[in-house]
Design a protein around this ligand. Sequence first.
Ligand code: CP
Length: 335
Amino acid sequence: MEVQQFNREILNDLFAEADRMQIMCEYLDDNHVSGEDKKWCEGIWKKMAEKRIALLFYEPSTRTWSSFFVAAENLGARVMAIPPARQFSSVVKGETVKDTIAMFCGYGVDAIVMRTDKEGMAREADEAARASGRTVSIINAGDGAGQHPTQALLDLYTIKRFYDNELKKNIHSERINIAFVGDLANGRTVRSLAYLLNKYQDSEKLEFFFVSPSVLKMRDDIKEYLKKKKVKFTEYEKLIDVANKIDVFYMTRVQKERLGGIQVDYDFIRNNCSITKEVVKKLKKDVIVMHPLPRDPAFGEIPEWFDNDPRAKYIQQAENGLYVRMALLKKVLLG
Ligand code: CP
């Protein structure tokens, strides 16, 4: 699964389903749900009871793993939660992803949610699932430094809800200035969201501001894609230079695990690519500050003192991941 496969219609359909999943969560929390909603929830639970979803993670995760786990459980599916693959599976002994996926396909799973540590493994897994001759969906839950499509889906859903519920504006009629800040070279979430926003918003209604130190600039493939789509983008090294122009901030941490030999000046990032008191003074009143999390306290891209600011949306953003992943699993497995 890559974000390039989505379009506005599919996304709106998925987001409407995600809205509805909140009703299912209320029902599960013992709140009263009646009529069509009750019937809808119970219909899904009945069909999902026949489905088995495997979680196969080669990399650490808090949010993606647990939200997929809870999403699968909330939908009434059976969950096969594999312990960390690089530590506890036969991957330690050199097993290939092709063989691992072939095994799971044979055990009757209907979907495999997969986080990999090398770009391209999700595609390899998809090919192995197809080769098995069974109907098994591979859901990419983060593919090395490549893509993180379900994160981009929940990010876009968060932005849309902000326009719908707080600004009371139709997102498609608004121009969005979005700043991607931090490690843009290695952050798979920014790459996926850049693609997905282009699938959702008309190009003349989008402008990207890439803020990073020169060694962590956005990769050329995304910039070429934006040029092809005629979407305006500019690059900066200091957040303060754009802070008053932005509608959506997307902060990221430095992906230390993917830096290779690159030397990063952390003091520069801390002072120039983070939410500081000086930056906050320049923010517009109606903006949202997002972050895929985890954040890095040592680096301080979003300090904890900002958490109570009404513009801080990263905790809500993570919660939205549950609804979006429930919607996605339902769409993939039941249509
Ligand atoms: N945002 C995100 O993917 O978080 P985890 O790595 O904790 O899953």
